[in-house]
Design a protein around this ligand. Structure first.
Ligand code: ADP
Ligand code: MG
Ligand code: ZN
Length: 436
């Protein structure tokens, strides 16, 4: 066994790496001669990419993470494994904070991982401590988790993350590692620029998932959209083993679609914020156990839900961006088996969402009293979603390009690559609809 695998086992109790990618990242981080950029989906095990190098290094690894709750979770987990980790944040009692600072100031600190929130980075009491550690060569790595928060293009933009560029500049010679689960090309570029990373090595899970079949159906052209959905569901869950998700934008939408499917003989349940908490939990657990085949939900459903045999994800309404769509539809086929992702596209739906987005932007501008460049982000994000539906080209290729990945070999895993003529015919029929 290599010393790396040995350390993985000793410190974390894992026999193997989650993936080749995880192992490659760990090796690159330990090598330490280049900054590292990591983009891997949620659950892929990004934390280990800095935690393992951190415990193997002589010094301290500084970890930036946006939320105290996330930090607490990780610190608890590390401490359970007997790894010296702690966090300095605004909620920390002064006495504990003094203890930590005393350890950091000692000639050989015990601490291995120090988690801090970005607003703490800038605090005047903490700055000298960091500078001191750095000058004594005791900082092993700087890890920036949820790095997309640095980008104004991202959906979780946090102004405090912008201060990290300065921090980075001050920590000369400390290798920097940025990690995120969602980063379209422009967000990736922002991260590298803002964190002043120098020609980072990039590690990305491939965007393309060959077991997912993508297609778009113009809902307005269907004589009976529910019957159409029913046929899709029956085909997707042919073996009776799987289940599926239909996403709707509104509560009423969820209720209607679930009701219609039930009427057509499919076991379906709605899931949205308007339900009593008990009903919501029940719907989710029945679906998890396979007692209900189809959950008809708003996007509040799915976070943290990790079900392997989701055979289809249908969008009855459009997602707000292509990034969101990739994430939502990506809940299908986690077991690697063939699964279907379909959008039931409607022009009326599109206009409605544009209207809502513009209203939201106007509300923000009125509150602020001025317009901002980033106001356009929401509109642009949605435009990418719309053009995905209205395009005449490979859907997988569009998604991969959006995330800055190479063009995949779709081999008929989308409607366009299967039958471009059908896609064209549908577009032509839709054009006559919209001018009527
Ligand atoms: P991410 O940050 O990418 O969403 P996490 O770092 O939170 O993922 O890890 C997700 C889960 O995977 C955690 O429960 C973690 O303990 C587990 N994990 C990470 N690496 C391994 C591994 N090599 N073997 C088994 N489980 C792992
Ligand atoms: Mg994480
Ligand atoms: Zn294709």
């Amino acid at each position: 066994m290599t010393s790396l695998k040995q350390a993985l086992k000793t410190h974390f109790g894992f026999d193997t790496f989650r993936s080749k990618l995880q192992e490659d990242v760990v090796n690159a981080v330990i090598k330490g001669n280049r900054d590292v950029f990591v983009c891997m989906p949620t659950g892929a095990g990004k934390s280990l990419c800095y935690q393992l190098p951190a415990v193997m290094a002589g010094g301290i690894t500084l970890v930036i993470s946006p939320l105290i709750a996330l930090i607490q979770d990780q610190v608890d987990h590390l401490r359970d494994r007997n790894i010296a980790a702690c966090s300095i944040n605004s909620k920390l009692p002064a006495a504990e904070r003094r203890l930590i600072l005393a350890d950091l100031g000692s000639s050989s600190p015990r601490l291995k991982l120090l988690y801090i929130t970005p607003e703490m980075v800038a605090s005047s009491s903490f700055q000298p401590c960091l500078t001191d550690l750095c000058s004594r060569g005791l900082l092993s790595y700087l890890a920036v988790d949820e790095a997309h928060c640095v980008s104004q293009w991202g959906h979780d933009f946090r102004p405090d993350y912008l201060k990290l560029g300065e921090l980075r500049a001050r920590l000369q010679g400390v290798p920097c590692l940025a990690l995120t689960a969602t980063a379209p090309k422009n967000v990736q570029e922002d991260i590298v620029k803002s964190l002043r990373m120098h020609m980072p090595l990039s590690f990305m899970s491939p965007v393309f998932r060959s077991n997912l079949h993508y297609d778009v159906i113009y809902r307005d052209l269907l004589p009976n959209a529910y019957v159409h959905l029913l046929a899709f569901i029956k085909k997707a869950i042919a073996d009776e083993q799987g289940c599926g998700i239909v996403y709707c934008r509104t509560r009423e939408g969820c209720e209607t679609v679930a009701h219609q499917l039930t009427k057509l003989g499919v076991s379906a349940k709605p899931y949205h914020a308007g339900l009593k908490a008990g009903d919501r939990t029940e719907a989710q657990s029945e679906w998890m156990q396979g007692k209900v085949l189809v959950i008809v939900a708003t996007i509040s459903f799915g976070m943290g839900v990790d079900k392997a045999n989701v055979r289809f994800v249908a969008h009855w309404n459009l997602a707000k961006s292509l990034a969101s769509y990739y994430q939502e539809s990506g809940r299908a086929g986690r077991d690697g088996l063939p699964s279907c992702c379909r959008i039931y596209y409607s022009l009326k739906d599109k206009e409605q969402i544009y209207f809502l987005i513009r209203q939201e932007v106007k509300r923000k501008q009125e509150k602020r009293g001025s317009a901002k460049e980033s106001d356009k982000t929401a509109v642009k994000d949605f435009e990418a979603m719309v053009s995905f539906c209205e395009q005449e080209s490979c859907r997988h290729a569009t998604i991969s390009k959006f995330f800055g990945d190479k063009t995949p070999n779709c081999s008929k895993a989308c409607d366009y690559c299967t039958n471009p003529k059908l896609v064209r015919a549908q577009l032509e029929r839709a054009a006559t609809l919209s001018t009527r």
